[in-house]
Design a binder for this molecule. Structure first.
Ligand SMILES: NC(=O)c1ccc[n+]([C@@H]2O[C@H](COP(=O)([O-])OP(=O)(O)OC[C@H]3O[C@@H](n4cnc5c(N)ncnc54)[C@H](OP(=O)(O)O)[C@@H]3O)[C@@H](O)[C@H]2O)c1
Length: 346
């Protein structure tokens, strides 16, 4: 395994981070335990979860993933071996009404309630990284590439940061991060921290894959200059980049077969780009999923790639992407495909 520093914290995290959002839905607790045991033996010391999980979000499974991880930490007695990241859900009327009526504000009352409940489920007294899952503001995330102004009101960023700073002081959080953020949002948090002497955000958890390189436009430079690297989520575009959905295939039990509404990575444009990437992997004798992950792993602005797997076979393939190093020629060919098919799945 390789390790990189999380922001400027002095804490090193594995370049492969274990995503957990299938635990409690597509994966049983026993399967989750097997995944976590295996990942740890492979040197993966960084796990990502959220109060929202399991996915798809439903009232009946809310918090279940954290519970499973908490039971694992408790049984294995290895809390000190894991850099544990979780998230507070943002507002989302209509789709997360079961979480604080879908009206989360990133203010003291909401953050304290969410964090304390996460800690209880995780059976720990601290999380290493606490992230705001998506902006409280109305802005472009979860799909839209561009920003359209909309009337909104949101908790002042200084106030949110002040609450998080108090929780760092109380020892419940070690570091703070953002997710699904825009360059404006990240910059505001960094500016406020510097102005008020409060903790700086150390990471940005955004989508990044061969099908969505929008992070490179504005955020990559911020990551590099401000030492708040990318934690790349959905690096396989929900599994699409493995090639398994090509030629109208619907593999049994796979995410897009089970939840066809998850169409972010399966538009005709995404599938034609995927076809090219899969062809390229085969030309070079690479596993397409490993090529896609190796590309993400190798980006200069990346701290960690958050992988997801529903089987041990997938998990092994994905973790060992760390051993795959793409030749300059392959990188040039990837660039040529990207130029022809830029960001089909923002
Ligand atoms: N901050 C956010 O808003 C956000 C959003 C999404 C995810 N995340 C985080 O990122 C993690 C990973 O996201 P993701 O699950 O969307 O990542 P992904 O890598 O895009 O998709 C993972 C899924 O693809 C399939 N797959 C994985 N490896 C494969 C392989 N080698 N061959 C074929 N199929 C394979 C599996 O699903 P099937 O077996 O069902 O096909 C697996 O669950 C999550 O667990 C979560 O921690 C965060």
């Amino acid at each position: 395994m390789e390790y990189r520093e999380l922001g400027n914290t002095g804490t090193d995290v594995s370049v492969i981070c274990l995503g957990t959002m299938t635990y409690g839905e597509q994966n049983t607790a026993a399967e989750a335990f097997e995944q976590m045991d295996y990942a740890l033996t492979e040197g993966v010391n960084f796990f990502d979860t959220a109060e929202l999980y399991a996915i798809p979000p439903r009232e009946e499974t809310y918090g279940r993933t954290e519970e499973i991880i908490g039971n694992w930490l408790h049984t294995r007695k290895n809390r000190d071996k894991i850099i544990l990241a979780s998230k507070i859900a943002g507002p989302g009327e209509g789709w997360v009404d079961h979480i604080r009526d879908g009206k989360t504000r990133y203010n003291r009352a909401h953050i304290e309630v969410a964090l304390n409940a996460s800690l209880q489920r995780l059976k720990t007294d601290y999380v290493d990284l606490y992230q705001l899952h998506w902006p409280e503001r109305k802005t472009n995330y979860f799909g839209p590439l561009g920003y359209s102004p909309k009337a909104d009101s949101f908790t002042p960023i200084e106030e949110t940061l002040g609450v998080l700073a108090d929780l760092v002081q109380a020892g419940k959080i070690r570091y703070i991060g953002l997710s699904n953020e825009t360059p404006w949002g990240v910059t505001q948090f960094l500016k406020a921290a510097d102005k008020l002497g409060l903790p700086r955000i150390v990471s940005v958890q955004n989508p990044y894959s061969l099908l969505n390189r929008s992070y490179e436009v504005g955020l990559a430079e911020i990551s590099w200059r401000e030492q708040c690297g990318l934690l790349a989520y959905s690096p396989l575009g929900f599994g699409v980049l493995s090639g398994k959905y090509l030629h109208d295939a619907s593999p049994a039990g796979a995410r897009l077969t089970l939840y066809p509404d998850y169409s972010r990575y399966s538009s005709p444009q995404a599938l034609s780009a995927t076809e090219k990437y899969v062809e390229l992997a085969h030309v070079h004798g690479l596993n397409p999923a490993q090529m896609a992950l190796a590309y993400v792993n190798s980006r200069h602005f990346l701290t960690s790639t958050i992988i997801g797997a529903t089987s041990m076979e997938q998990l092994k393939i994905n973790i060992s992407s760390i051993e795959v190093h793409l030749a300059d020629e392959t990188l040039d060919e990837i660039e040529a495909i990207h130029t022809q098919h830029p960001n089909p799945s923002p």
